[in-house]
Design a protein around this ligand. Structure first.
Ligand SMILES: CC(C)[C@H](C(=O)O)[C@@H](O)C(=O)O
Ligand code: SF4
Length: 779
């Protein structure tokens, strides 16, 4: 372990400890190469990554650390008559994305849960369920809600597609160290208050940019008292608070949750793992850069009213009135949200009726969530005004479990629809969408415009609140709900139970197979604690991969945007994510704002700034609001900007993943204080004057060549890559000896992590041999 990253003397936070234990290399500029223990992959953010590997002739370094499933595009209709992807998925672009994933999984021989496998499900549900997610690991996925896995004390974060490719090829990511933030929730939650209420309350308090640049540790009595599943809902939404990741100290509940799962360490390795996991806590005097203290007793059932997760209010509240806000920007954004959401100021939240209800998503689709919703639904029926209630389990195994408990019967008796596992209406990339202007009570995590379908209106809440809304017809305070506990639960048919028992057995069968280290190991004695920095780089490794254009200076008019929290759903909406290419996204850029449709459905450009001369040729965006590019990890956002011709974005702050993704595509995001942007750059932008971004000098010049911004910050390593058009993967592969060295150390110190997803592969007669000596599973 390099001395400067693991000073045992200094009190460290949970995040510091996990980070330090994964440093493969640190360069002089402060950029780290960190090892990734667990890589989850889904169909939306991987096609371009696999394509990149293929065109550069690269392989997947650790298939055993990789787990693939399909979730976003798939219909959640019954699979009873499922024959093939080709016949089951109607939407051509969705089908292509799923088929492409399956081809890639075959080509690279990766562990995969496809649609005929009952272990298939939402990627963030499947990882913990299988015991793939473990405390103290680094977990990544091309998906922003990877933060979910932090509930186990893992360092888990979303990455873009370029980084997916980087991890597949090198099993590492390049990282800068985040700041440490702690959110302590003191005292106990009142009865009936859930972790969803807690996290909505937190985001309502600190805002969607409250955690920017930080890894948040959630601590305190209220967090300790929560179940592991409830903790997952909290960490899941830490991305909605702008944080890189959320973490919770692992404890006895965590260990009990993991024990016995298919991929959990076994026997002596279990003991060794638990001994290590018990060291994963923030030291008493560890320093946090930010601290927020919340009183659990202040939290009551909470729902959102607007188009940002920070628009959270207690259920007893009223729709906000713009008149009560002095700040003109806040006022304007409330007016816009009210209009979009079709809400009248001062309406009590409990008087707002809904059209549909969605119970599911990686936030709230686990068995405890379904139990909570079923407890409410039991003995009731959906209200007359409610057109549809979808209950979508997070995985096939949760579905089986719920059915074994008879929850499906409770739901269907109440008029709710019982569906197959998938992302479903959370994002509407599949047939489960809302019609325009429909209002939905949703247990998901994002209420962005158009998220659940064009012009859809989303309100976030807990599963119990959503189920109660379905029954009552309008939002309601769950604390006053009339539970019908006395009603007999529908009996489970014996043959159903037998069927599900057989299925469980088949699924867990591979647990009995020995899990051995996947790489030729050395004994503990043979492994030295080398100074990893000292290993000479492998000069032969090619730096030519996808090949980036060089960035030096850029002169252009700048298009101005004045909104805050411009999320990546707004930059490129969900319907454009179904491509398997990196290009062709120009039209999709700011689609909802740039286009409207006439009565014949023809696209009409609006007066959005990028549709207006001379900004149709703008290469620079000047944004006056905070948190540009927040939300989803979709690299389609920088791809679309690049396709349009935008090469630099200047804003007061950025969503973390977007910021990272931009550099990977040769775009330069520049952070400047809001006041400076407003005073110096915004006037030039609206006056249609050209400005020059000079990266070598880190300056911005005005139209006459005079320096207007004498200095902007950019990390040395990123600057170097942009100036030279360097491909990260090639650079990392030059350090392959450091990665080899780290893996040797890992094999000894963290031997309980070896084997990874290998234990999941079911041998199939005649299937091809994988490089790790196991056979590929059936399709
Ligand atoms: C498709 C994926 C990139 C995206 C994410 O990163 O979050 C999606 O899961 C979402 O919830 O918006
Ligand atoms: S947030 Fe929604 S779309 Fe994204 S991974 Fe979770 S369930 Fe899927």
């Amino acid at each position: 372990m390099p001395a400067e990253t693991a000073d045992e003397e200094q009190p460290r936070t949970l995040y510091d400890k996990v980070f330090d234990d994964h440093v493969v290399h640190k360069d002089e500029s402060g950029s780290y190469l960190i090892y990734i223990d667990r890589h989850l992959v889904h169909e939306v953010t991987s096609p371009q990554a696999f394509e990149g590997l293929k065109s550069a002739g690269r392989g997947v370094r650790r298939p055993d650390c990789t787990l693939v499933t399909v979730d976003h595009n798939i219909p959640t209709d019954s699979r009873k008559n499922f024959k093939s992807i080709a016949t089951f998925i109607d939407q051509a672009d969705s089908r292509l994305q799923v088929e492409t994933l399956e081809q890639n999984v075959k080509d690279f021989d990766l562990p995969y849960f496809g649609m005929t496998d009952s272990r298939q499900g939402i990627v963030h549900v499947v990882g913990p369920e299988q015991g793939f997610t473990l405390p103290g690991t680094t977990v990544v996925c091309g998906d922003s809600h990877t933060s979910t896995h932090g509930a186990f004390g893992a360092l888990a974060f979303g990455i873009g597609t370029s980084e997916v490719e980087h991890v597949l090829a090198t099993q590492t990511v390049i990282q800068t160290k985040s700041k440490n933030m702690i959110i302590r929730v003191d005292g106990e939650l009142a009865p009936g208050i859930t972790s969803k209420d807690l996290i909505l309350h937190v985001i309502g308090t600190i805002g969607t940019a409250g955690g920017t640049g930080c890894v948040i540790e959630f601590a305190g009595q209220a967090i300790r008292s929560l179940s592991v599943e409830a903790r997952m809902s909290i960490c899941n939404m830490s991305i909605e608070a702008g944080a890189r990741a959320g973490m919770i100290q692992p404890d006895e509940k965590t260990f009990a949750y993991i024990k016995g799962r298919p991929l959990a360490p076994k026997g002596a390795e279990w003991e060794k793992a638990v001994a290590y996991w018990r060291t994963l806590y923030s030291d008493k005097d560890a320093k946090f850069d930010r601290e927020v203290i919340i009183q659990a007793k202040d939290i009551i059932p909470t729902i959102t009213w607007g188009n940002s997760p920070q628009d959270a209010l207690p259920i007893t509240g009223k729709v906000p009135d713009p008149k009560n806000f002095d700040d003109p920007i806040a006022r304007e954004s409330i007016v816009a949200a009210l209009e979009y959401q079709g809400l009248v100021p001062n309406t009590p939240l409990q008087e707002i009726p809904v059209d549909k209800v969605f119970i599911g998503s990686c936030t709230n689709s686990r068995i405890e969530d379904l139990r909570a919703a079923a407890k409410v639904a039991r003995g009731h029926h959906i209200a007359k005004n409610v057109k549809r209630v979808l209950v979508v389990p997070g995985s096939g195994l949760i579905k089986k479990q719920a059915e074994a408990e008879g929850l499906d019967k409770i739901f269907t008796a109440a008029g709710f629809e019982w569906r197959e596992a998938g992302c479903s209406m959370c994002l509407g990339m599949n047939p489960d969408i809302l019609s325009p202007y429909e209002r939905c009570a949703s247990t998901s995590n994002r209420n962005f415009r158009g998220r659940q379908g064009a012009l859809s209106r989303t309100h976030l809440m807990s599963p119990a609140m959503a189920a109660a809304t379905a029954v009552i017809g309008h939002f309601t305070d769950i604390r006053n709900f009339n539970y019908k506990d006395g009603v007999d639960q529908p009996k489970i048919k014996v043959d159903d139970a037998e069927e599900s028992r057989k299925l469980e057995e088949a699924v867990y069968e591979n647990e009995k197979r020995p899990v051995s280290p996947s790489q030729p190991g050395e004994t503990e004695e043979e492994i030295e604690e080398d100074e990893l920095e000292d290993i000479p780089p492998n000069e032969d490794a090619s730096t030519v991969g996808s090949g980036m254009e060089k960035f030096e200076t850029l002169t252009s008019v700048a298009a101005a945007l004045t909104k805050t929290n411009i999320d990546t759903d707004a930059i490129i909406p969900k319907q454009f994510l179904k491509t398997i290419k990196r290009t062709g996204l120009k039209e999709g850029l700011f689609y909802e704002a740039r286009f409207t449709k006439d009565s014949n459905g023809k696209l009409i450009p609006t007066d959005f700034v990028l549709n207006v001369e001379p900004y149709t040729h703008a290469k620079i965006l000047v944004v006056t609001g905070n948190n540009f590019g927040c939300g989803s990890s979709r690299e389609h956002a920088p791809w679309a900007l690049k396709d349009f011709g935008i090469k630099s974005i200047i804003a007061p702050s950025f969503g973390d993943i977007f910021y990272n993704n931009s550099f990977k595509n040769g775009l330069l995001p520049i952070r400047l204080p809001k006041a400076v942007i407003k005073e110096k750059l915004y006037p030039l932008a609206i006056a249609q004057k050209e400005i020059t971004v000079d990266l070598p000098k880190q300056q911005i010049l005005g139209p006459d060549g005079a320096v207007i911004i004498p200095h902007f910050e950019v990390e040395e390593f990123r600057k170097h890559c942009l100036l030279n058009g360097l491909d990260d993967i090639g650079l990392t592969l030059q350090k392959v000896q450091c990665i080899d060295q780290y893996e040797k150390k890992r094999l000894s110190k963290f031997s309980f992590l070896e084997g990874g997803s290998r234990g999941l592969i079911v041998p199939v007669k005649g299937a091809k041999k994988s490089p790790f000596g196991v056979t590929a599973q059936e399709w």
